[in-house]
Design a protein. Structure first.
Length: 49
């Protein structure tokens, strides 16, 4: 019984980082030259796919 509870605890702790990745980032990407908004830009966060 203890092994089962320990296994459940480990699985729950491993699942926390997966749930924490659901985050929306919003904002505007603007041109450094004139400050105008750049349409259709895709942003990639370093270290992610």
């Amino acid at each position: 019984m203890r092994k089962f509870l320990l296994a459940q605890l480990i699985l729950c702790l491993l699942a926390i980082p997966v749930l924490a990745q659901d985050r929306a980032i919003t904002g505007k990407v603007t041109s450094s030259e004139d400050g105008s908004v750049l349409p259709g830009v895709t942003v990639l966060i370093k270290g992610t796919n």
